[in-house]
Design a protein around this ligand. Structure first.
Ligand SMILES: [Zn+2]
Length: 374
């Protein structure tokens, strides 16, 4: 992982590089900030930069033996620590037990989707943690393994999941640093890190990604059209993991959009009988999906209202939605926008409370008829 492989975070990159360039690297660094923004990727790029034998243009070269080892997660002086599931047998539990699973996970999830880590651990209900065995193993490794590079680097994912016992032991490593060992902690929730550890780190705070950065990521990785990418990015709220999910949800989005158009056309034409069969169709989606659909409708209604105000920078519609809105938006006015959203929200509440979906949806569609005319 090179710095240039990671979007944004210019300030953090400059700081990390400066540590190396002036040869004053803190023994414990903490990269803190929301999940899904590339913090762990940055930690990996930092380790690779430290070890690279031929740094070039403020980045690692990507070609030297050290870089190649980093790219395959096999650099001998780079150690990974991450939360694991405790085994039921008396055997100790630490990261290296799971190292193959971890390497596969890293190669597929550079943005570290925690939910997918649970899947990789084969236990979606687990509460993985970093246990005291981990500190003992780390002390053993750092003491006894030979090394090639000037620095050994420990990339430590989610220190907030480390238990007290583990932290106490780890403290010794951080307090009496082996001159050649560096810790890079990466946290999604740094307030939950034990204060003894937190206070000893040099902290670098990273912010959520901008919508533009996320949109560019979607264009580059999924060949999404620019306008669609920006619409998705807005919903992803600065989080690339969410953006990835958005793309996989876009098929569902397409179906919701079709159902929304049907609802609006049939309501406008007062086709009560057809609305009844529409309600049956939507009821067939099942409770969870109906709830997502009703949330989707509310967003489209809101966006169509804004569309009328011609505040283009506030508009987050994809291309097809925007085309539909050219003719439709004029029906969403200050007279009905709030009432419409209330109707959909009421339906959402009823569905979440297990009310009969066909009845709720049909009732909702009749109210839409009246509100579209107001
Ligand atoms: Zn290199």
């Amino acid at each position: 992982m090179k710095f240039s492989d990671i979007p944004a975070h210019d300030f953090a990159k400059q700081r990390l590089k400066a540590f190396v360039d002036i040869n004053k690297i803190p023994h414990a660094i903490l990269l803190e900030g929301p999940c899904g923004i590339g913090k762990f990727a940055l930690a990996r790029a930092f380790a690779q930069y430290i070890h690279c034998q031929n740094r070039i243009n403020g980045d690692s070269c990507g070609k030297c033996p050290s870089c190649l080892q980093h790219e395959s997660y096999n650099h001998i002086d780079t150690h990974f620590v991450f939360p694991v599931v405790k085994k039921s047998s008396p055997k100790k539990s630490f990261s290296d037990d799971y190292i193959d699973v971890w390497k596969d996970y890293l190669s597929e999830n550079p943005y570290m989707d925690f939910q997918k880590w649970l899947v990789a651990l084969d236990n979606v209900n687990a509460q993985p943690a970093i246990y005291v065995d981990e500190s003992e193993e780390l002390i053993r490794k750092l003491n006894f393994t030979s090394h090639q590079a000037k620095y050994k680097v420990v990339l430590f994912w989610l220190p907030e999941r480390m238990n007290q016992e583990c932290a106490n032991k780890l403290l010794k490593l951080i307090e009496e640093p082996y001159g050649d060992t560096l810790f890079v902690f990466v946290s999604n929730n740094s307030r939950e890190i034990l204060p003894t550890i937190y206070s000893r780190t040099q902290r670098i705070e990273l912010k959520r990604l901008s919508d533009e950065v996320i949109a560019q990521y979607l264009v580059d990785n999924y060949a999404v059209e620019a306008q669609d990418a920006l619409a998705l990015a807005h919903i992803a709220d600065g989080n690339i993991i969410e953006a990835d999910k958005m793309v996989s949800l876009s098929k569902e989005n397409q179906r919701f959009f079709e159902l929304f158009i049907q609802l609006m056309r049939l309501s406008y034409q007062r086709k009560v009988k057809e609305l009844k069969s529409w309600s049956v169709d939507v009821a067939g989606l099942g409770r969870e999906q109906i709830m997502r659909f009703l949330t989707y409708i509310q967003r489209l209604i809101r966006e169509n209202f804004i569309y009328n105000l011609s505040v283009s920078e506030l508009n987050y519609l994809n291309k097809e939605e925007a085309q539909f809105s050219q003719n439709f938006a004029k029906f969403i006015t200050e007279n009905n926008v709030i009432k419409l959203i209330d109707v959909f929200n009421k339906a959402l509440t009823d569905i979440s409370g297990n009310a009969n979906a066909k009845i709720v949806l049909y009732d909702m569609s009749i109210k839409v008829i009246l509100l579209l005319k107001s």
